[in-house]
Design a protein around this ligand. Sequence first.
Ligand code: LLP
Length: 411
Amino acid sequence: MFHYKNNRLYCENVPVETLADKAGTPLYVYSKNKLIENLNNYQQAFGGVNHLLCYAVKANSNAQLCKELFSRGAGADVTSGGELFRALKAGAKPEKIVFAGVGKSEDEIRYALKERIYMFNAESTEEIGLINKIAGQLKTKARLALRINPNVDAHTHKYITTGKSENKFGIAYQKAVEVYAFAKTCNNLTVSGIHCHIGSQITSVKPFYLMAKKMAELFMKLKKTGINIEHIDIGGGLGIKYHNEVPPNPQDLAKAVLPVLKPLNTKIILEPGRYITGNAGALVTKVIYRKAGLHKKFLIVDAGFNDLIRPALYEAYHLILPVNKSAHSHIADVVGPICETGDFLGKNRRLPLVKQGGLLAVMCAGAYGFAMSSQYNSRRRAAEVLVDKNNFKIVRKRETYEDLISKENSR
Ligand code: LLP
């Protein structure tokens, strides 16, 4: 949905330059129809089985984006009380909300139980005990899946690998039967699911297949001990194309896991985040200065790592495109205004000779972009705009200087 026409970059039918003129920069620009297309792709790939897609709100929690997804049948995968609050406000149905995370607090568990969410994905014996206790106090029953750590290597960046035994996530596969048996003894719990999420930006189906095999094995073992599993949650993690990757699509994912999971006759839960919002968004930034160093050229732009931290944190590659193409190009580092050397959006990029004041678009920034942004260096968080064909709407205003200090007390 981002494309060039007469050398100008468009989001759907609106020139990106128009959006920057109206809403300023740095600016997150999202394509509503790409978002919907991505959601439909995922839903259709699993259309042949009883499934529930719970969008991983952490990828992009903007209220309007969430609303678009929830109003089209998506549920929510939340990871904090704040995400639960956002999901409910944006119209997610409680019976379609799953709650993950290694460190759910007492308050968060109580809140989720009161809202009658569909499922807790519990990650430790102590957490199971606490959910059981709070459910008892509230005179209700909590529905539970156990998140299993299958010790499968997702072959992704080490910070976003979650399914290996050295990672903090889940219950070790070898201990799973024992922990299920314990959970079954808890009076205020209904234990009905197996959950796995082995990592993010996974670019081959093999790890998903290996994970599914382990889940199916566990399903059979539990059955033998009299524990019947009604749903299997395969998490998210499907990669997208940032650079040279050739990631599988949801169809490939379905083809890899369904032959293993379908015979079990359970409901399948999916928790995609990045696939849904990643390529539906770009971060638009303005060149403030151009500088030639001794050995390098720099384009100093008005977006910093407070706006998009992925390059600094994971050395992630995001394609950077000129908003207006031109014939001549050069190689430069695209860097932000923050007082740290790690503040870069791209290094050694071949880019057209952008003028001072010219615009660049950092592509595939719709997932873990704005959601991970901060006010570091007391920078106001960016505005966000959603484009729908010829129209657009500011879905989050740029923060003001007053916003920066509004919660502080210096009297
Ligand atoms: N389910 C669970 C339990 C998760 O922890 C995650 C992501 C997802 C689903 C969604 O995964 P996805 O489909 O988006 O890969 N900030 C990092 C990514 C962190 C992912 C954390 N968990 C990044 O910018 O690459």
